[in-house]
Design a protein around this ligand. Structure first.
Ligand code: AGP
Length: 364
């Protein structure tokens, strides 16, 4: 991969289109079929140390923070280690309690984001062990961290992050699998996740082939003043990231909420002029998510569902291929990158250089 536009009109489109290859790269050379695990030599964390980790705290900003939220979910599900993610920009200003049994993970595409770097430096000063999940090789955060993994997304030029988000989430799936197999994840479950990971590039390819359909839907919704994005548990960070993408490049106001929180307030906003994008995976929460669609429909809200099969209550559904439940968020975010892209295109926005934003925020 290079800095050449390769026939695309924008870097964003090029980078979205590169995701099957990018995911293939983050997996390459890391899977160990014999033991149903993955090798992550750069972590500098042996099995005994990994077993001693009591908690994992992930720090990042913007899209990287959202990838960290999905990562925390994967770590809890696969490794059963309590994990959460927090914006590094908040963490560094609140005099956090630094616990020696907590493993800290700093996430950054550029590896140069000042808020993340400052958080890492503060943690190191307090004796914490910090891993980096970083795209740019040799960047400041990669150098400061005690170990970590590169996400191998290749160069990302567009100000908004797409392929690096996807690769970062896959990198977290690898980390979760690795930690899980050191702890209580069975050989069978390890194999199940590996099989799922191997399917991703082909499934991403299939999602990208539906671009013409997504473009039509984006043109339908492009007139909205504001949009709501909802998801539950695994789907909530997908909703957060999709709403950020739409805001950044189309300048349409967008809110992301856990679907479970609708009834606690935001339902008051629902009316025909406020469309909702709903993440509706075929998992243990399917019926709960369908109930949320009913609630929205009862208030005459328009719904675009991202799901594994057509959703009756939705006005439109983008159907994505099914993977293992834990890995579904990786695929469900991709059509929404194209949705944001085509919405912004229909509105004539400068997609690669949205107003007021820089690719990497290296100052306070
Ligand atoms: C992504 O679309 C954003 N422009 C932004 O939120 C970005 O993810 C954030 O500034 C963090 O950057 P980093 O990953 O390079 O640290």
């Amino acid at each position: 991969e290079s800095y050449d536009m390769g026939g695309h009109d924008t870097y964003m489109h090029k980078e979205i289109s590169e995701q099957a290859d990018a995911v293939d790269r983050v997996l390459r050379g890391r899977i160990d079929d014999r033991f149903s695990t993955v090798h992550l030599g750069g972590l500098n964390l042996d099995a005994r140390e990994a077993r001693g980790v009591r908690r994992i705290k992930i720090l990042g900003c913007g899209t990287s923070y959202h990838a960290g939220l999905i990562g925390a979910g994967l770590i809890e599900e696969l490794a059963r280690i309590p994990a959460d993610a927090e914006p590094a920009s908040e963490f560094r200003y609140r005099n956090p309690v630094v616990d020696p049994d907590t493993l800290y993970v700093a996430v950054s595409q550029s590896g140069e984001t000042y808020d993340v770097l400052a958080a890492v430096q503060e943690l190191k000063r307090k004796g914490a062990r910090v891993l980096g999940v970083v795209n740019v090789v040799g960047s400041a955060i990669a150098r400061e961290a005690d170990g970590g993994m590169y996400v191998h997304a290749g160069p990302e030029v567009c100000v908004v992050s797409t392929k690096c988000f996807t690769n970062t989430v896959v990198a977290f799936a690898l980390l979760a699998l690795h930690l899980g197999r050191i702890r209580d994840l069975s050989v069978a479950d390890g194999k199940r996740i590996i099989d799922g990971l191997r399917k991703l590039p082909e499934q991403i390819g299939r999602i990208l082939e539906t671009e013409a359909e997504i473009k039509k839907l984006a043109e339908v919704y492009a007139g909205a003043q504001s949009m709501m994005f909802i998801g539950r548990v695994r789907g909530y960070p997908v909703a957060l990231e999709a709403s950020l993408k739409l805001k950044e490049i189309s300048y349409i106001h967008a809110e992301a909420y856990p679907a479970s929180e609708l009834k606690h307030g935001p339902l008051a906003l629902i009316e025909p002029a406020l469309p909702t994008v709903a993440i509706v995976p075929d998992d243990d929460l399917l019926e709960k998510n369908r109930a949320a669609l009913e609630e929205i429909k009862a208030r005459s809200g328009r719904i675009l569902a991202i799901a594994h099969r057509e959703q009756e209550r939705a006005d439109h559904t983008i159907v994505v291929p099914k993977n293992e439940n834990e890995l579904d968020p990786i695929l469900m975010g991709i059509p929404l990158q194209l949705f944001a892209y085509h919405t912004a295109l229909a509105m004539g926005r400068d997609i690669d250089k949205p107003r007021n934003l820089a690719k990497s925020v290296t100052v306070e």
